[in-house]
Design a protein around this ligand. Structure first.
Ligand code: A3P
Ligand code: MG
Ligand code: MG
Length: 363
């Protein structure tokens, strides 16, 4: 208590911020993002246990028109909301490193969902988010921070919202199969089951390892990402306002898919009642051109520039201390980002946000 302020854990005093980008003009020299390279794939089984195989891979099949996306809603095995821990991604990364001839320095390791949130932030108008960040031996580890309150809030969906969420999974079931088959219901929904791809990419000068779910593949799977398909549902477009809403959603669809190198997005349009009205396929790389010049549109180069600035901000803000510090990075729409060191309880099995087995492997 008697310590002079300057010697009292100075790292905790740090609070830094990055302000919101301008949306009115495109950057003159846009930061580039590399086409991702796939490192490996893995599955989560029906109990959501990670397996290093392709048992959860699904093949695309044409969904039946008019299909009822509320079908077998009561049979849904819903995976509970959980914290976005990096454990499964770090298992995959460790496995890859063991088998690789040479491993480049990686600057960022994160789930694809987190990278998508970061990149689309310039156009996010309502939802704030928080990340936990650690810097260990030059690599940033980023996970979404969900407070107990936020986790509860996510789990306590209204019945209407829960059903709408189910429509997305039911569409996946109609569009996928464990083997080639004619169209129809693909089996009851168990959201524990997921097939994931882990890739290496580069934004500006920083190499990134990312993992995320791939909904299905077209044709035979030969280990290449060229035939990956992302599935989405959206309300049928009836007027200009619906169209504008859909074009806004395309920003998230675009980066979510682009980041893993998924070249095709199949959108199922549905009525409010959950019945499928139309299915349309989009080439991921062509999406920015579809929205260019529209009112209130988005520009991917603003997102990439911002993403690059965000990572540069982490680099200058997060100081390599003991490596065990956890930083909380908070994004507020229309304001920007701030970062500060937080206390997180260390346990037997975790150092900061990292599983202890992984930390021990690094140190
Ligand atoms: P739709 O996006 O078709 O509505 P993903 O598209 O990322 O593969 O996710 C599959 C489905 O998960 C989504 O289908 C949606 O139903 C559900 N989902 C994803 N994120 C959600 C969220 N934040 N809240 C509720 N449901 C969500
Ligand atoms: Mg998915
Ligand atoms: Mg999907």
């Amino acid at each position: 208590e008697d310590d002079p302020p300057s010697t009292r854990e100075p790292v905790k005093q740090r609070l830094a911020s990055l302000s919101y980008p301008s949306l009115s003009s495109s950057p003159t020299k846009a930061s580039s993002i590399q086409q991702p390279n796939q490192l490996l794939t893995f599955s989560y089984n029906t109990e959501h246990i990670q397996e290093f195989n392709d048992s959860a891979l699904r093949y695309f099949v044409e969904p039946p028109r008019g299909a009822d996306l509320g079908f077998h809603y009561e049979k849904w095995i819903k995976r509970p909301e959980e914290r976005g821990r990096l454990d499964a991604l770090l298992s995959a990364w460790s496995k890859f490193k063991k088998s690789a001839v040479s491993v480049p320095d990686i600057h960022v390791i994160s789930w694809r969902g987190v990278m998508t949130k970061i990149l689309v932030a310039p156009y996010e108008e309502t939802d704030s988010w928080e990340l936990n960040v650690m810097l260990v031996h030059g690599t940033f580890y980023l996970e979404e921070h969900l407070s107990d309150a936020k986790l509860k809030e996510k789990d306590a969906m209204t019945p209407r919202h829960r059903l709408q969420s189910y429509y997305g999974y039911a569409f996946e079931s109609y569009c996928t199969s464990t083997e080639p088959r004619p169209s129809g219901w693909g089996g009851d929904v168990n959201t524990n089951v997921q097939w994931c791809s882990v890739v290496k990419t580069k934004l500006g000068d920083r190499r990134i390892v990312m993992g995320g779910e791939v909904d299905c593949v077209r044709g035979d799977y030969s280990g290449r990402t060229d035939d990956y398909v992302e599935l989405k549902t959206s309300l049928s477009i009836r007027n200009a306002s619906d169209e504008a809403k859909f074009e806004k959603k395309l920003l998230k669809f675009y980066f979510q898919s682009f980041l893993l190198g998924v070249p095709e997005i199949v959108v199922g349009f549905r009525k409010p009642s959950g019945h499928l009205t139309a299915v349309q396929s989009f080439r991921t790389v062509e999406i920015p051109r579809l929205v260019r010049g529209k009112p209130d549109t988005w520009d991917p180069s603003i997102c990439l520039e911002w993403g690059d600035a965000f990572l540069a901000f982490l680099q200058t803000t997060v100081q390599p201390g003991t490596g065990r510090e956890v930083w909380r990075v908070s994004f507020e729409p229309r304001v920007g980002v701030r970062a500060e060191v937080v206390d997180v309880a260390e346990g037997e099995d975790r150092v900061g946000i990292l599983p202890r087995w992984y930390w021990d492997g690094l140190n």
